[in-house]
Write a protein that binds this ligand. Structure first.
Ligand code: GLT
Ligand code: MN
Ligand code: MN
Length: 388
């Protein structure tokens, strides 16, 4: 492979809020013109994306009348038909409106919680109408500044009750929809509940319909917490819960930067792409990121093209890694197994336990082995830097 052109089979998607980001930040106003959803669909078709994702209010303003809603949705559907762009994921905005300033599903106010449920049911209807198969929950406001204000235990129970209600709602409607929970440690709240993908995976097991709920891990969110993103993705994959993925980039420990995929931590991005391709992940590759605030309309396209191109370059690097004779020989050596302990496979038995207790190990010899990971890592770096 030497051309890095995105194709539908790569399943590259962008949210309306990503290429549509106007560059507002806590210290500055917008620097780009707001594009309409229809314009964004055409922009995505131009750069070669496969799909577009949206929050209810990215598409339909929160105060739209039902006639306005119908017109906007009809225009959007026509743009999808005209371009062949699909809408595989939808979600709810439960964070912008002041009503949600202290959370949505976890708010202390039962009326806010009821409104959040109503808003989400309507947004699920909208997503289903447009063909979405994955429904994301990112609880940006589900947290606290002061823990004097809210019981963390109650918050967890409220979040569970809301998800149980919404799972039953989706089932009741006969929607072919899976839910994907997205974790983030902080921002916009000082602390957000269930801050990591691992925490979400533990929480899912407590739901009434765990089979229809998985995760939507985001690179930047695990990086904000200083964690290894690929490890979180591997755990989700192992649990059968990798329903969606948000690709972008971010320096450790910073604010939510949402940079172009691969812009910062190229080595981590490589291991991630290698993981997704090696296991055969076949869901959408969603770029939840936006162009630098320095950019105008052309910069936005450069940003979107860059996300996809870097993914495809890293995919090719992963193939090279898997075909590199020296790297593979080292891996074979590292993973060598002479079968001495194959009798331990297949789980516990009293006989195996007794036999293992009787074994003697040459601890010093085990500790003296030179594992050659320095050499392996240098080969990986050289491959990534293009001299291999
Ligand atoms: C917001 C957030 C993202 C979430 C989006 C879905 S909205 O931009 O920072 O990580 O995925 O609600
Ligand atoms: Mn995200
Ligand atoms: Mn983010």
């Amino acid at each position: 492979m030497s051309n890095y052109e995105p194709k539908p089979e790569h399943k590259f998607t962008f949210g309306l809020w990503t290429v549509g980001n106007v560059g507002r930040d806590p210290f500055g106003v917008e620097v780009r013109r707001a594009l309409s959803p229809v314009e964004i669909v055409h922009l995505l078709a131009e750069v070669g994306a496969w799909g577009v994702n949206f929050h209810d209010n990215d598409l339909v303003p929160i105060d739209a009348t039902s006639a306005e809603r119908d017109r906007i949705v009809a225009d959007f559907k026509r743009a999808l038909d005209d371009t062949g762009i699909v809408a595989p994921m939808a979600t709810t905005n439960l964070f912008t409106d002041p009503a949600f300033k202290d959370g949505a599903f976890t708010s202390n106010d039962p009326t806010v919680r009821a409104y959040a449920l109503q808003k989400t049911m309507r947004a699920i209807d909208l997503g289903a109408e447009l063909g979405a198969k994955v429904y994301v929950f990112w609880g940006g406001r589900e947290g606290t500044e002061t823990d004097s204000s809210k019981s963390a235990l109650d918050a967890g129970k409220r979040f569970r009750e809301a998800l149980n209600f919404l799972c039953d709602y989706a089932l009741d409607q006969g929607y072919d929809l899976k839910f994907a929970l997205e974790a983030k440690p902080n921002e916009p709240r000082s602390d957000i509940y269930l801050p990591t993908t691992g925490a979400m995976l533990g929480f899912i097991a407590t739901l009434d319909h765990p089979e229809m709920v998985g995760v939507n891990p985001e690179v930047a969110h695990e990086h904000m917490a200083g964690l290894n993103f690929m490890h979180a993705v591997a755990q989700a994959w192992d649990a059968g819960k990798l329903f969606h993925i948000d690709l972008n980039d971010q320096k450790f420990g910073r604010y939510d930067q949402d940079f172009r995929f691969g812009a910062e931590m190229i080595k981590q991005a490589f291991y991630l792409v290698k993981f997704l391709e090696d296991v055969g992940y076949d869901g959408a590759r969603h770029f939840d990121a936006h162009a630098y605030r320095t950019e105008g309309p052309e910069g936005v396209k450069a940003f979107a093209r860059g996300c996809m191109r870097t993914y495809l370059i890293l995919k090719e690097k992963a193939q090279r890694f898997n075909q590199d004779a020296e790297i593979q020989a080292l891996l074979a050596e590292i993973n060598a197994d002479d079968g001495t302990y194959s009798w331990l496979a297949g789980g516990y038995s009293a006989g195996k336990a007794a036999r293992l207790k009787g074994e003697t190990f040459d601890r010093a010899a085990l500790g003296e082995r030179d594992l050659r990971y320095e050499h392996l890592d240098q080969l990986t770096i050289e491959l990534l830097l293009g001299v291999r």
